[in-house]
Structures are given as structure tokens and as C-alpha cells.
Design a protein. Structure first.
Length: 138
């Protein structure tokens, strides 16, 4: 599918959040710098029912969001793996425990291949031009 604006990207993410396969524990976002991963994460997390501001976790590595009143998701963890370089750094932050505690949205998920669990929903955002993105959900 194609996005022609930030609003389109957020809308596509919201549609995915509403139709997320049951049991999904990780949403993995990949794409180049400025592709729209954070906009996608914002639209997705807000559609789950989070009413506050969804900020990029670039320096914090992970932000935690409590989703009040959601029927299936109560905790959402928003990760940014851009600054991580190895599986050992994921061990240091306790990555393996997060999917057991809540739904994880991971930006730059392709930085550490092999770290994602089975049944991860992958979203690749590819920049086609200044305003156009191709969004592939697998």
C-alpha cells in the first residue's frame, strides 16, 4: 500500500492496530532515516487507545505506554534500536522479557537480525519520493 502523507501513514498504522492478529507480541518497523517509522508507531499506539503523546524513544531506547480500557493490550513498549549494535546490548536492556509483558513496537528492528520472536508482524516503509512511501506489512 502507499502513503502520500504523514496522516496516511498514521491511518494505515491505525488500521493495522485495529486488525492485529491475536497473539501478536511484536510489531517490527524497518525503513531508512525519515521513512516514517515514528509516525507509523504513533498512529499504531494511539489506535490501541493511548491518549497521550507518543514520543520517539531514540535516546531512551524504550518508552512504556499504559493503554487504559483496551480489551487485549494493556502495556505497549515502543523501542528504537537505532543506537544498539549487538544482541548483547539487547540482553543488557532485558529485551526477551518485554514481549511477555506487553506488545512491543520496534523501530529500526533490522539493526539486530535474529532478535525478533516468531509471529512478529513486520512493516517495511520504503521512501519512493519526498511525499510517497510504500508500506509493506508481512
Amino acid at each position: 500500500m502507499f502513503s502520500y502523507s504523514v496522516e496516511d501513514t498514521r491511518r494505515i498504522a491505525a488500521e493495522l492496530a485495529r486488525g492485529l492478529p491475536p497473539g501478536t507480541r511484536v510489531l517490527a518497523l524497518s525503513g531508512g532515516l525519515g521513512a516514517g517509522k515514528t509516525a507509523f508507531a504513533q498512529g499504531f499506539i494511539e489506535a490501541l487507545g493511548y491518549a497521550g503523546t507518543v514520543a520517539s524513544p531514540t535516546y531512551a531506547i524504550v518508552n512504556e505506554y499504559f493503554i487504559s480500557g483496551a480489551p487485549t493490550v494493556t502495556l505497549c513498549f515502543h523501542f528504537d534500536w537505532y543506537r544498539l549494535n549487538s544482541p548483547e546490548e539487547l540482553d543488557d536492556i532485558g529485551w526477551e522479557e518485554y514481549p511477555e509483558r506487553g506488545l512491543c513496537v520496534v523501530e529500526w528492528s533490522d539493526r539486530i537480525p535474529g532478535a525478533l520472536p516468531e509471529h512478529t508482524v513486520n512493516v517495511n516503509i520504503r521512501v519512493l519520493d519526498e511525499n510517497t512511501r510504500e508500506i509493506i506489512i508481512m
